[in-house]
Design a protein around this ligand. Structure first.
Ligand code: TNX
Length: 543
């Protein structure tokens, strides 16, 4: 459907006549869906969606999809849509089609109504997200529309990659449950199916663990925050700090609430509990978790920290397994992420417990202490029906064949994983780190790391360098929102949009990417962002 421009058959004046009282919003003449669907067949005519269009839920488990349609109704007409038991004129029908794969859908708009056939409720949900982009963006918002026009067409669509993720670092800066939900709404619009929630780090522990209350009482608050550029270890009087104590955490009830909200949008939540590095907030709460037993403060600056868990002591494993047991209960999804990145071994090398562990386990390299720990946590998680994910550092030394690797230091880790038969998710800093700047110049907020403009995000090929056989092990791609310098939700949206729309074309539409066509389509998506009140970077349009 390259560059298809629809011409509305009727002049606007006639529309007003047809509509009677209330606004009728005509189709805006352009068909532009992101991510690019697999196939689009345009037909004659159009359908008028109105508050009187009933939903027919002819598919088990599709109530959340009907509720997503209700939200469309709210945004357009100021009220949810009605339900009907059998297809009637003007209805939106949801039905299962066993010929379609799990996340696939076929969306048919005809003058008589809308038919959504899908392999599962998830597929039907994606059809609704497509439908939102077929409606005129200007119809969203005030809830004062009487009828909205949609062009007649058939879209048959399914994703190229099964894992489409976004990670939020809620440790460096905290985002409220309400903000996380608004983020999930944005992810849903982009057909993202995984939310990776980074819940613990040096600068704050953000998840309530019943057995260890000090983690949140003490470990969730730092006394101040570095707000200037990180000098990389030399923190002298030239550094700028915000001297206000900073904290926040999610109660288990709140976690459940977010998980349910995500499930309603067919998004699986993966919790990340960092081990054995990025652990200062835990060690500050329970000093016996570290090699020396020293009392630390929750970290106030960024970057890598030497103060990590002691894998020599049994009490450390007792702790982390008790934590993971509560986490496994809270998150119904198949994965638990144990971090594993950037773990210096400085303290291990001087620790009698670590040395004793090396001896008793017959380990010859210090890094094997991490391999040993990861394998042990994997056994623990597997026994609870969960699979382990870790950052690509868990590949150093050796890793079990069943761990899933998240490749962030380039795609090399993912390639290595795929070659040895481990599943991998590609999230390289060079293409997927949305904490990096997307533009240069005055007014651009302080950011971490390199330069990642939207065209570079779009150019990402997660399967480069892999044979077709190896590609099977690449589950998908993920954008990472590290938040050292992202302190509020407005800024978070700015870093995410529109770059997410570029990355999701790689995840969903890998075999049909076209930068020029994307640029045309994203122009329309931007109008939907405006209608939804999302904050986004405008550089793409300023070029
Ligand atoms: C590296 S990516 C980290 C994070 C930082 C990020 C900043 C990864 C597994 N670790 O701790 O926040 O760089 O871009």
């Amino acid at each position: 459907m390259r560059h298809i421009v629809l011409r509305t058959a009727l002049a606007c004046a006639a529309w007003w006549g047809l509509a009677g009282c209330g606004r009728t919003v005509p189709a805006d003449g352009e068909l532009a869906v992101i991510p690019q669907p697999a196939s689009v067949g345009l037909a004659e005519g159009s359908f008028l969606l109105s508050a009187r269009s009933p939903i027919v839920v002819g598919m088990e488990g599709a109530e959340p999809v009907a509720r997503a349609l209700d939200q469309v109704g709210e945004a357009l007409f100021g009220r949810p849509l009605r339900r009907a038991d059998s297809p009637a004129a003007g209805a939106v029908v949801l039905r299962r089609d066993t010929a379609l794969a799990g996340e696939a859908y076929a969306l048919t708009v005809s003058p008589e109504g809308i038919d959504i056939a899908a392999g599962s409720p998830a597929g039907a949900f994606y059809a609704v997200q497509t439908l939102r982009q077929l409606l005129p963006p200007e119809a969203f918002g005030a809830g004062d529309v009487r009828r909205a026009e949609i062009p007649c067409l058939t879209i048959v669509d399914e994703p190229c990659m099964r894992y489409r993720g976004v990670m939020l670092d809620a440790a460096r800066h905290f985002f409220t449950v309400d903000e996380v939900k608004r983020l999930l709404d944005i992810l849903a619009l982009h057909k993202i199916n995984t939310f990776h929630w980074h819940l613990t780090d040096d600068q704050g522990w953000r998840i309530e663990i019943r057995k260890y209350p000090r983690l949140t009482e003490f470990g969730s608050v730092r006394t101040r925050t570095l707000i200037g550029r990180d000098p990389g270890g030399e923190y002298d009087e030239t550094c700028r700090f915000d001297e206000t104590p900073y904290g926040g955490f999610y109660t288990q009830q709140e976690i459940r609430d977010v998980v349910a909200y995500a499930a309603e949008r067919f998004i699986t939540v993966i919790p990340e509990i960092e081990f054995p590095g990025h652990a200062v907030s835990a060690l500050a709460s329970y000093p016996w978790l570290g090699c020396t037993g020293e009392q630390y403060e929750v970290r106030q600056t960024w970057d890598i920290d030497d103060r990590v868990y002691c894998p020599g002591k049994e009490t450390t494993f007792e702790f982390i397994e008790n934590v993971l047991a509560e986490v496994a209960e809270l998150f119904p999804g198949p994965y638990v992420h144990i971090g594993g990145d950037e773990c210096p071994m400085t303290y291990w090398k001087g620790c009698p417990h670590c040395r004793a562990r090396m001896r008793s386990e017959g380990l010859t390299h210090w890094r094997q202490l991490q391999n040993y720990s990861t394998a042990r946590l994997e056994r623990f998680l597997n026994a609870r029906g969960k699979q382990l994910i870790g950052w690509d550092e868990i590949l150093e030394g050796e890793v079990t064949p069943t761990a899933t690797i998240m490749s962030w230091r380039g795609t090399e880790g993912g390639i290595r994983a795929a070659r040895q038969g481990n599943y991998a998710i590609m999230s390289p800093g060079t293409y997927c780190y949305f904490d990096h700047a997307q533009a240069v110049g005055e007014g651009e907020p302080l950011s971490w790391g390199g330069y990642l403009p939207v065209d570079k995000v779009y150019a990402f090929d997660p399967c480069a360098g892999l044979t077709p056989g190896e590609r099977r092990f690449i589950l998908g791609v993920q954008a990472n929102l590290w938040t050292e310098y992202i302190a509020d939700f407005d800024h978070l949206q700015y870093m995410l949009l529109p770059r997410l729309s570029a990355l999701v074309e790689t995840a969903w539409s890998l075999d049909r990417k076209d930068w020029e066509d994307y640029r045309r389509r994203v122009d329309r998506l931007r109008r939907l962002y405006d209608a939804c009140g999302y904050n986004y970077a405008r550089h793409l349009w300023a070029e």
